[in-house]
Write a protein that binds this ligand. Structure first.
Ligand code: NAD
Ligand code: LMR
Length: 346
C-alpha cells in the first residue's frame, strides 16, 4: 500500500524524460544508505517536503534543520513508519551535525513573496541566508549534491557557486537550482488546454526561474497537440506567471508550498536515483551551463552518480521560443551577476 502510493506519486513526475520510472528499482532494504538534509524544514515548503522525503524509500537518514520550529516538525514526521531515521536540528549551533555525512542537501530556507513583489525583491534577505548555509555545506559536507529552492533562484544558485568557489570546494556537477515546479505547471496547463491525460505529458522548461526567464518549450511537448499560436502564447504566459497566480491567491500568506514540496520531492528523488546509478534520469534544472552564452541556465540535465552527468541542449525551437529566448537573456544575465557580486563584495 505504502510503496504503491509512493510509486503513484513519483510516476506523475516533474521531469522532462519520458521514462521517469527507473528500469532498476530498489526495495528499501537494498537501496544504499542516503542521508538527506533539509535546511528550512519547518517552513511552508519544508514541512510537506520533509513528509514526502520521509515517504521516499531511497532515504535512510533525514536531517531536518531550521532556525525555528524544528523539534515539533521532526517529532511529527519521525512517527511515520517508513525507512528513514529522522533527526531535528534547531539552531545554528547544530548546522554542522545536520549536514555531516549528507548525500543531498535541499534548501528551501528564506522568505517568500507577498502580492506585488518580484522574486528579486527577496534578494536582500535570502541572499545572506543562502550564503551562510552554503558556507556550512562547504565546511561539513562539501561532496553533497545541493538543491536550491530559495528565491531568487536565478541569483541564489550563482551565490552558492561563488561561496563554494571561494572555499575551494565548487563542483559544478553538484549544484542545482530547482525549477521542477515550472515543469509541473507547464505539464498541468498544457494537458488541460490540449485535453490530454496529464500523466502522459512532458514539457521541457528552460531559462531561469522568474517571470520571462521561465521558458516552457511547448513546441517539444509530448504528446503533440495542435494548439494555435494564441493558445501557446497564453500557456507560456500562464507558466511564467504561475508563481504569481499562487502568491495572489494566498493574498499575503506566502507563495507556492504544497506544489513546490511535490516538485522538490520529485527532483530530490531523481537526484538520489542518479546517485544510485539508475540510468536515464533526466530533469530540467538551473545549472552551470554552456548551452547559451550565460554561465547558468536551466535545461534538461541527465543525472548520474556524481550529480550532473550531461547538460542537454535546447533542441529545435519554434520562432516564438527563439524570440523569447533572446528576450530573457538580459534579465537572467543581470540576476546571475547580482548573485556573484553579492558574494565577492561580502
Ligand atoms: P516560509 O517562510 O514558510 O519558510 C521558510 C523557512 O526558512 C522558515 O521556517 C524559516 O524559519 C526558515 N529559515 C529562515 N532563515 C533560515 C536559516 N538561516 N537557516 C535555516 N532556516 C531558515 O517560506 P516558504 O514558503 O517555505 O518558501 C521558502 C523559499 O522558497 C522562498 O524563498 C520562496 O520564494 C522559495 N520558493 C521557491 C520555489 C521554486 O520553484 N524554486 C517555489 C516556491 C517557493
Ligand atoms: C513559484 O514559482 O511558485 C516560486 O518561485 C514562488 C514565487 O515567489 O512565485
Amino acid at each position: 500500500m505504502k510503496a504503491a502510493f509512493l510509486r503513484s506519486v513519483l510516476r506523475r513526475g516533474g521531469g522532462a524524460s519520458a521514462s521517469l520510472i527507473p528500469r532498476r528499482r530498489f526495495s528499501s532494504e537494498a537501496a544504499p544508505a542516503r542521508k538527506v538534509a533539509i535546511l528550512g524544514a519547518a517552513g511552508g515548503i519544508g514541512q510537506p517536503l520533509s513528509l514526502l522525503l520521509k515517504l521516499n524509500p531511497l532515504v535512510s537518514s533525514l536531517a531536518l534543520y531550521d532556525i525555528a520550529g524544528t523539534p515539533g516538525v521532526a517529532a511529527d514526521v519521525s512517527h511515520v513508519n517508513t525507512r528513514s531515521e529522522v533527526k531535528g536540528y534547531a539552531s545554528e549551533d547544530y548546522l554542522g551535525k545536520a549536514l555531516e555525512g549528507s548525500d543531498l542537501v535541499i534548501i528551501p530556507a528564506g522568505i517568500p513573496r507577498k502580492p506585488g513583489m518580484t522574486r528579486d525583491d527577496l534578494f536582500k534577505i535570502n541572499a545572506g541566508i543562502v550564503k551562510s548555509l552554503c558556507e556550512g555545506i562547504a565546511m561539513y559536507c562539501p561532496n553533497a549534491l545541493v538543491n536550491i529552492i530559495s528565491n531568487p533562484v536565478n541569483s541564489t544558485v550563482p551565490i552558492a557557486a561563488e561561496v563554494f568557489n571561494s572555499k575551494g570546494v565548487y563542483d559544478e556537477k553538484k549544484l542545482f537550482g530547482v525549477t521542477t515546479l515550472d515543469v509541473v505547471r507547464a505539464k498541468t496547463f498544457y494537458a488541460g488546454k490540449a485535453n490530454l491525460k496529464v500523466a502522459d505529458v512532458n514539457v521541457p522548461v528552460v531559462g531561469g526561474h522568474a517571470g520571462i526567464t521561465i521558458l516552457p518549450l511547448f513546441s517539444q511537448a509530448t504528446p503533440k497537440a495542435n494548439l494555435g499560436d494564441e493558445k501557446i502564447e497564453a500557456l507560456t504566459k500562464r507558466t511564467q506567471e504561475g508563481g504569481t497566480e499562487v502568491v495572489e491567491a494566498k493574498a499575503g500568506k506566502g507563495s507556492a508550498t504544497l506544489s513546490m514540496a511535490y516538485a522538490g520531492a520529485i527532483f530530490a528523488d531523481s537526484c538520489l536515483k542518479g546517485l544510485n546509478g539508475v540510468e536515464d534520469v533526466v530533469e530540467c534544472s538551473f545549472v552551470q551551463s554552456s548551452v547559451t552564452e550565460l554561465p547558468f541556465f536551466a535545461s534538461k540535465v541527465r543525472l548520474g552518480k556524481k550529480g550532473v552527468e550531461e547538460v542537454l541542449g535546447l533542441g529545435p525551437l519554434s520562432d516564438y521560443e527563439q524570440r523569447r529566448l533572446e528576450a530573457l537573456k538580459p534579465e537572467l544575465k543581470a540576476s546571475i551577476e547580482k548573485g556573484v557580486a553579492f558574494v565577492r563584495n561580502n
